[in-house]
Design a protein around this ligand. Structure first.
Ligand SMILES: [Fe+2]
Length: 132
């Protein structure tokens, strides 16, 4: 598992807006993993999930608009993957009423860490060659 210590320009896909938003996501994962690792779990699950809901609303539509502008060929599959992620975040939000908070936060951390590796650094990176 990669460590979320410092943002690197190697993570960039080459579009300023997307990269700034990805960096924001990175910082959120970093902050969450630091706080989960500390003794005092001063993490407000509701705030984290609210941040993620706002983030996906803002970021996925921005990214998909850019993909459509540059005629990115895999846009439909990519969009479906985005929708799946949004659904997972929504599910966590629903679970806040029933499941134990620390259990939800563990799942949020795992999901967002994997997302950074498997989506941002892998699938979003495919966009790079269409940007120039
Ligand atoms: Fe994406």
């Amino acid at each position: 598992m990669m460590e979320f210590i410092e943002w690197s320009d190697d993570y960039c896909v080459g579009n300023n807006l997307i990269d700034i938003q990805h960096k924001l996501f990175f910082e959120m994962v970093k902050d969450l993993s630091n706080r989960m690792g500390s003794d005092k779990h001063d993490v407000k699950a509701k705030d984290i999930i609210q941040f993620l809901q706002d983030y996906v609303d803002m970021h996925f539509s921005a990214e998909e608009a850019i993909m459509s502008e540059v005629s990115f060929p895999d846009i439909q599959d990519h969009q479906a993957i985005h929708n799946e992620f949004s659904k997972n975040i929504q599910r966590f939000s629903d679970e806040l009423h029933s499941d134990e908070v620390s259990h939800i936060l563990d799942k949020v951390l795992t999901l967002t860490q994997n997302w950074f590796l498997e989506h941002i650094l892998t699938q979003d990176k495919q966009l790079m060659k269409y940007l120039h």
